[in-house]
Design a protein around this ligand. Structure first.
Ligand code: ADP
Ligand code: MG
Length: 730
């Protein structure tokens, strides 16, 4: 067979250019056309059931059976009118992707007549086989079956594919005994806890606040690669990342890709997946090139957090499906290529009241600014108290490559505030004294608090190296991996903030009970948090080595690998935190911990097998073939009587290749041995640690030798697409 790499490279020359035609002149013409949103619902539902659903969305009220029947039948009418033939409960099991099992609306009546039907029961609850999804220890001790249950707060939508349309109903996924088995259910619980804790705090300032929502805007980074080249790299196909590949002569050193003009082929792809996203109500707003070659980013306008997470999951799916039409493969892995930037998913997070106030945005008056400071300082305190848990929430085999590499936020959790807010916190620390404040002091402080500018979006004051940064009217958690379900990090963030806010109001109420005036009580408690949380604040360069030293001095953790980072989920304090806020039971945490460890271990196992296979049956044979060519050359030179010195270079090359071959073989054997040993270990944690500490280190050695060979061996013999081919889109 001739070299696949060259066949693919040839086919790249003939990629058809695809013209994308939007379904309307303006995005607003078709935005949300595939969503059973409030407007559509109002059209298809009578008044009473419509109000019930709205109440369920807005205040979590139960929907009764009769209403469910009406909603189901109107949903079906709408869906079939749009050409959908099937429906599915759409959920987010702990595999990390989304799951669906399609059933048709089609039914036969008792008299054998074919009709379309969709019952309230089928809308509200389904029973997929839970035993095929990860459930940690839960499956062993509990009933294996699970069920999915409708989440009315996220609207149903129609997923279109070339051959059909399906009505998708967002659902949670729980075991029969009530343990959550997915990403959505704990998020809804965390948001409930947050609302319960935040409303009383808001009421110190504004009695009209009865509901607090979290908002989230997710920036999604990704790489594109031609699907032909992708198909010729088994490591990309199996692991989502390249396990080797020599750095191209030109990488990102010229810094010419970031915000550069978007290649035509990529542009068509972007327009196309955006159209699909718009139809699904995903409010994409921004698109641009990222730093690395072939790396891009898109970002939507922020939304209520449950919806934002669903939309991001849906978006990743849409991006993947649309890519096929354009002969692309989208890489959502955190580190598809060594030597250039990896991909993240910045989580822009804030809190919003039913009165429309962004709680992390300074206001116009001292009062609204004190409210802003309250939420601001409590968030800092929450991160300080549970930094290890936040670190755990972003841990994965893929993200291990990013955190701590000098292009991504470090594994050390810290918060960047910017000079203005740092100044204000310092001032509160100085001026709010333990004893009773004089009227003068109070006026002075109020004046200063009142002066916090309404807009803090100073672009010169935006540190890009912090994992958790205040960006003027929101916090940005930047260490989240590009392939992650954001629910993981958002469950943790919202739970720790909820817990912190509850503690805050308890402390403030205690002071008020002792006759301290409300504002002063608030300031005193805030001051104590400002002092207590100081070590988590860092304004400098998070990528520098000095920070690693400084952080160690401050006693901040720097947990570099997933199996160790995950410990924070099962610590005593985390268990208390999650139980007190009714987000996870201890058993659920243990189960999740085990699933995450297993997922890590399996990913490394797959990478290790893939690397071993490719090294032995792709790389070494190619190296030997080239050695044979060199040998023939030497032989021929000898035969015509040339002197030894004339083919000394070839002999040198033969030796060097042999050296690399033997080093590869030795390391692969050692790696296989390490894997065997790790596989003997029964428990998830020591097993994952063994994979991490004993198997992974061989990856680097093997890769180095392969990359050296790639540089030496005749380009025509090399079978696997090279970085320079993968990374530059034609
Ligand atoms: P950048 O961080 O690149 O400067 P922006 O600040 O414009 O970009 O926004 C990044 C993301 O933050 C967008 O998805 C945006 O909708 C989101 N965002 C803006 N305000 C809020 C908010 N109050 N809550 C949550 N996300 C927000
Ligand atoms: Mg950003």
């Amino acid at each position: 067979m001739s070299n696949l790499r060259f066949k693919v490279l040839e086919s790249l020359m003939n990629r058809p250019s695809i013209k994308v035609v939007p379904p309307g002149d303006n995005i607003s013409d078709y935005f949300g056309s595939n969503v059973f949103d409030k407007d559509t619902m109002q059209k298809f539902l009578s008044k009473e059931p419509y109000s019930s659903v709205i109440a369920a969305i807005e205040s979590g009220q139960q929907i009764d059976r009769k209403v469910a029947e009406q909603v189901a039948s109107s949903m079906r009418n709408w869906a079939t009118s749009k050409g959908a033939t099937h429906y599915t409960h759409w959920f987010q099991p702990l595999t990390g992707s989304t799951a669906e099992k399609h059933d048709s609306f089609f039914e036969l009546t008792d008299s054998g007549k074919a009709i379309e039907s969709f019952s309230g029961g089928a809308l509200v609850q389904q029973e997929p086989d839970a035993s095929s999804f990860p459930s940690g220890g839960i499956r062993n001790t509990f009933e294996a079956r699970g069920y999915t249950a409708w989440d009315p707060s996220s609207p149903a939508f129609i997923m279109e594919s070339a051959s059909g349309k399906t009505l998708c109903i967002p659902t949670i996924f729980v075991s029969y005994t009530g343990e959550t088995l997915d990403y959505k259910a704990p998020l809804l619980k965390a948001l409930h806890a947050l609302n319960e804790a935040a409303v009383p705090v808001c009421q110190y300032f504004d009695k009209n606040v009865t509901k607090v929502n979290a908002t989230l805007g997710i920036e999604q980074e990704y790489f594109l690669v031609d699907s032909g080249l992708f198909g010729a790299r088994p490591d990309l196909m199996m692991c989502g990342r390249t396990l080797f590949g020599h750095e191209p002569a030109k990488g990102q050193q010229l810094e010419d890709h970031y915000f550069g003009s978007i290649p035509e082929r990529v542009y068509a792809y972007m327009v196309d997946f955006e159209i699909e996203a718009f139809k699904l109500g995903i409010p994409l707003k921004t698109r641009h090139n990222e730093v690395a070659p072939s790396q891009f980013e898109c970002a939507p306008v922020f939304e209520e957090i449950n919806l934002a997470v669903d939309h991001n999951q849906l978006l990743m799916d849409v991006m993947d499906r649309v890519a096929r039409r354009h002969n692309f493969k989208v890489l959502l892995h955190e580190k598809p290529y060594a030597g250039i930037n990896g991909s993240g998913k910045h989580n822009n997070w804030s809190l919003c009241t039913n009165t429309g106030k962004n709680l992390l945005s300074p206001g116009k008056t001292p009062k609204t600014n004190l409210q802003f400071l309250t939420f601001f300082v409590n968030t800092i305190m929450a991160v300080h108290e549970h930094a290890d848990l936040l670190r755990a929430s972003i841990a994965s085999a893929g993200n291990d490559h990013r955190l701590g590499a000098n292009e991504a936020p470090p594994a050390i959790m810290s918060i960047f505030l910017g000079s203005q807010m740092t100044h204000i916190l310092n001032e509160i620390e100085e001026k709010v004294l333990k004893g009773k404040m004089t009227t003068e002091q109070k006026t002075d402080l109020k004046l200063n608090i009142g002066k916090i500018p309404e807009i803090l979006l100073d672009n010169t004051d935006r540190n890009r190296t912090s994992p958790f940064a205040f960006t003027g009217n929101k916090f940005e958690f930047r260490a989240v991996g590009s392939s992650a379900n954001c629910s993981s990090s958002m469950v943790v963030l919202n739970t720790i903030v909820a817990d912190q806010l509850r503690k805050f109001s308890t402390e403030v109420d205690a002071l008020i009970a002792k006759d301290v005036k409300k504002d002063e009580a608030i300031l005193r408690v805030l001051r104590s948090y400002i002092v207590a949380s100081k070590k988590i604040r860092f304004e400098g360069n998070g990528y520098g080595d000095e920070w690693v030293k400084e952080a160690a001095k401050r006693g901040l953790s720097n947990i570099k690998t997933t199996p160790l980072a995950l410990d924070a989920y099962v610590s005593k304090s985390s268990k208390e935190l999650f139980e007190n806020n009714k987000v996870f039971t201890e058993r659920e945490l243990d189960a999740r911990h085990e699933i995450l460890l297993e997922t890590y271990m399996k990913k490394i196992q797959i990478e290790s097998r893939m690397l071993g296979d490719l090294a032995i049956n792709h790389i070494i044979p190619t190296a030997i073939k080239y050695q044979n060519i060199l040998l023939q050359n030497v032989e021929g030179m000898k035969n015509v009587g040339m002197e030894k010195s004339t083919f000394a270079t070839q002999i040198g090359m033969l030796k060097e290749i042999s050296l690399h071959i033997s080093e590869i073989k030795i390391s692969v054997d050692k790696m296989i041995e390490a894997r065997k040993n790790a596989n003997q270990i029964e428990h998830a944690k020591p097993k994952a640690i063994s994979y991490c500490e004993k198997v992974v280190p061989h990856f680097e050695t093997i890769r180095n030798h392969i990359d050296k060979l790639e540089l030496m061996i005749d380009d025509e013999q090399w079978t696997l697409p090279k970085y320079r081919e993968l990374l530059f889109i034609k």
